[in-house]
Design a binder for this molecule. Sequence first.
Ligand SMILES: NC(=O)c1ccc[n+]([C@@H]2O[C@H](COP(=O)([O-])OP(=O)(O)OC[C@H]3O[C@@H](n4cnc5c(N)ncnc54)[C@H](O)[C@@H]3O)[C@@H](O)[C@H]2O)c1
Length: 358
Amino acid sequence: MALTVAFVGTGKKREEKSVKGYAMAYMHAEGYAALADVEMVAACDLVEENARAFADAWGIEATFEDYQEMLAQIEPDIVSICTWPHLHETMVVDCARAGTGLIYCEKPMADTIGGARRMVQICDEEGTMLCFNHQRRYGAPFRIAKEMLDDDQIGELQRIEWGGANIYDYGSHNFDMAQYFNDETPPSSVMAQVDYHTECLWFGAHNENACLALIEYENGVQGLVAAGDVQNAIGCHNRLIGSEGMIELGSHAEGAGALRVQRFGEGGWENVDTAGEGMHAQEYINRAIADSVHAFRDGGRSMMDAHNAIHGTEAIFACWESALQRARVDVPIESEDNALNAMVEAGALDPKPEAESE
Ligand SMILES: NC(=O)c1ccc[n+]([C@@H]2O[C@H](COP(=O)([O-])OP(=O)(O)OC[C@H]3O[C@@H](n4cnc5c(N)ncnc54)[C@H](O)[C@@H]3O)[C@@H](O)[C@H]2O)c1
C-alpha cells in the first residue's frame, strides 16, 4: 500500500522567490511525485486559495485551513511542514502527538534551542521519525568532498571553514554540512561576535548582519565561520583543511569549479568533476526526500534525521549565546532561548528598519 503524504503550509508559488516566500512545499511535492510508493493526499494552508492552487497543481483532492483537522481526518503517514521557523516546534509536536510516522520539516529546526530539543525528544517519545530539509548533503560536490576526506586525500581533517549570508536561516545548511564532514561529531565550545544594525528578517526571523565564530568540536576539529557582511573573509562556501591538503566548495576564485582540491607540496588548485552539479538543485531535495521516505518505510535512518540536525542547531544558538555573554560558551548551552532575539528585545541590539539606516 502506498504511503500517504499531507502538507502544512503550501505557500503561494511566485515567479520571484524571496526570504518572504519560497513556497518550499512545491519543491517537497516534486520530491514525493518522483516516488512510486507515495500518494499525496491533502494540503493545508491558512490561506484557502494557496492550499487550493497547490492541490490543483499536484492532483490532491482534500484541502484544509486547519492542520489539526487535517491530521484528525486524513491520518497521513507522512507530513511535510513548510511554514516559517517560529511555527515548526508546535506543528512538529502536534503531528507527532497525532501519530504521524514521518515528519519532513523545513529548516531551521526552531526559533529557540529549547524548541529544537523538545521536537527531538517528543518525536522520540512518540516513535515519530523527524527529518529536516538540509538537502545539500545529497549534492555531488558535497558528497564527493566527503568521499575525498574519507579516502584520506587531504590527510586528517583539522578545520572546517564556511562563509554564508547568516548563521541561522542560511547557516543552518552550513552548520549541518560541518556535521556531515566531521562524522556528526558534536560541537563542544563556541566563541562568537555578532553585528546587527539593520533589521534583517528571513521568513519572519531575525538574522544578524555579520557574525564571526570559532567552533571547537569534540574530536579537536575546529570550525571557523564568517557570515553576512564579513563572509568574504572565507572566500568560498565551505573549506576543509586537512594535514595534507585543502578542499574548497563554491570558491569565489576565478576559474574555480564547484569543488576543488589542493594537496600540499603538489602544486596549485585542481578542479574536481562534479558531473555538472553545483551548490543548489531541486534534485538534492528529491534525493533527500526519497532517502527519508525509504528509511521510514524500511526502518532505517536518513541523513536528514533530527539527531544529526540538532548538533548544527546547537552551534547556531551557541554563537548568539556567546555574543550575549561576551564569553566562550560550552555546548550544549544551558539556555533554552534565542539569544539574538533576547538581545533585540532588551535593546542591547537595536537594528533599524532598512530605510532609516545608512
Ligand atoms: N531547504 C531550503 O533550501 C530552503 C529554502 C528556502 C526556504 N526554506 C525554509 O522553508 C520554510 C518555509 O518557507 P517558505 O518560503 O516556503 O514559506 P511560504 O511563505 O512560501 O509558505 C508558508 C505558508 O504557510 C502558511 N501558514 C502559516 N501559518 C499556517 C498555519 N497555522 N497552518 C497552515 N498554514 C500556515 C502561510 O499562509 C504560507 O502560505 C522556512 O523555514 C525557510 O527557512 C528552506
